[in-house]
Design a protein around this ligand. Structure first.
Ligand SMILES: Cc1cc2nc3c(=O)[nH]c(=O)nc-3n(C[C@H](O)[C@H](O)[C@H](O)COP(=O)(O)OP(=O)(O)OC[C@H]3O[C@@H](n4cnc5c(N)ncnc54)[C@H](O)[C@@H]3O)c2cc1C
Length: 378
């Protein structure tokens, strides 16, 4: 192959790719980052102004060391850019006795000594007057739960990468790539690039770009709405934290009423399987009915006029855990995908992990449980 244009090509500059580009350039590597859209766009998985970060990880305790490092790196990104990126509001998780969410939070907090408070039904109502859990529900409060703004964080990562010389090509779609053990060639609809390494961070489009790997990824169309809360004062951040509700009709997240945004609500545990290139990008009023009714049952007055409703995509694996690995036939090609609707908070540490894989072929971070082997070795 011809002479490299860069040490590394990063394919996809969403939440993950932007962080990866920053971590690579901060280690002195030259980077070309390519995205088919303008970073911060609404067609993938990293838009919508807010993403929750939490430490007592209900999905599996194995994520706790990773998210702890992510918190540190978000703070470092704030220092490096002089911007406030992470806002701590606290996080309330509520569910019944057998709730996987509540029990998962408690398990991780016990294993890792994370300061969480268990709250019985009455205590939830006393502390947060906007909450009306049903009689069988209890909860857990995690004081360090917080919010990141994904569009702002993507721009923060990319601005640092650019300052270190990264070449950012947006509005350019990768149509194919090929590689041997020492080089890769990436062809877009406009140009051809060469590099020593390729990192694929293509979110919902990973299946097409790594078709030979046959990764078990489903793309879910999910949606969320911002409401002009009828009882706004009960749901501003000083009165009500971020919340997760494990209810008989689904698992929902709520983001407190924020200026200019209203109160955001979305369903976490379900979505329609779609093709990201042909999916419906609008949200019907009828689709919102079930989530509005559910949240208004547990947080009366938190909904109201819909200010905005938007679609987004979860790229989901069978066990809902991420996939982070190297291509089995190309040691110089690595990929991060399958973030299953809970990846954003990790973007900083994923940036560090992928830079490790490029630089050393391995990472000291505990990522073994995220290897693609788990789907082929069973
Ligand atoms: C509604 C919603 C709420 C969520 N809430 C949370 C939360 O509270 N906390 C949390 O931690 N996570 C949350 N998540 C999940 C999190 O946002 C995602 O896991 C994360 O954003 C995935 O980032 P990504 O970089 O993998 O994908 P993306 O951001 O989609 O980036 C992939 C990029 O690759 C580009 N690309 C793809 N194919 C090509 C090609 N052929 N050529 C060039 N470029 C290409 C795309 O244009 C895109 O920019 C949520 C997700 C959604 C949808």
């Amino acid at each position: 192959m011809s002479k490299p244009h860069a040490d590394v090509i990063v394919l996809g500059l969403g939440g993950m790719g932007a962080a990866i580009a920053n971590h690579l350039t901060s280690r002195g590597m030259s980077v070309v980052g390519i995205d088919r859209y303008q970073p911060g766009h609404r067609f993938g998985s990293s838009h919508g102004k807010t993403r929750i970060i939490r430490e007592a990880y209900f999905e599996a305790p194995e994520y706790v060391p990773l998210v702890r490092r992510a918190y540190q790196l978000w703070r470092e990104l704030e220092n490096d850019t002089g911007q406030k990126l992470l806002n701590i509001h606290g996080l309330l998780t509520v569910g019944g006795e057998n709730s996987e969410l509540v029990n998962g939070v408690l398990k991780s907090s016990e294993m890792y000594g994370i300061a969480c408070e268990t709250l019985d039904n009455a205590e939830i109502r006393r502390r947060f007057p906007g909450a009306v859990p049903s009689d069988d529900m209890h909860g857990v409060f995690e004081p360090t739960g917080g919010l990141l703004n994904p569009e702002q964080c993507i721009e923060a990562h990319l601005s640092l990468a650019r300052a270190c010389g990264a070449v950012i090509r947006d509005g350019e779609r990768v149509v194919r790539w090929r590689g041997d053990e020492s080089a890769v060639e990436v062809k877009t609809d406009q140009d051809t690039y060469h590099a020593s390494h390729l990192v694929v961070a293509a979110g919902p489009w990973t299946s097409e770009l790594l078709a030979d790997l046959n990764l078990p990824l489903e793309r879910w169309r999910v949606f969320y709405a911002h409401y002009d809360s009828v009882k706004r004062d009960l749901f501003t951040p000083d009165a009500f934290p971020i919340s997760l509700w494990d209810t008989p009709t689904g698992a929902y997240y709520t983001i407190p009423y924020l200026p200019g945004q209203g109160m955001k609500v979305g369903r976490h545990d379900a979505g329609d399987v779609v093709d990201p290139d042909t999916m419906k990008r609008t949200v019907d009023v009828a689709e919102l009915r079930s989530q509005t009714q559910t949240i208004d049952r547990y947080m009366p007055g938190s909904t109201g006029r819909v200010l905005e409703a938007e679609t987004c995509i979860y790229t989901v694996t069978p066990d809902h855990h991420f996939i982070i690995d190297r291509h089995p036939e190309h040691a110089n090609v690595s990929y991060a995908c399958g973030f299953s609707g809970h990846g954003y908070k990790f973007a900083t540490v994923i940036g560090e992990v992928m830079a490790d894989l490029v630089e050393h072929g391995r990472s000291e971070h505990p990522i073994g449980f995220l290897s693609a082997d788990r789907f082929t070795n069973n």
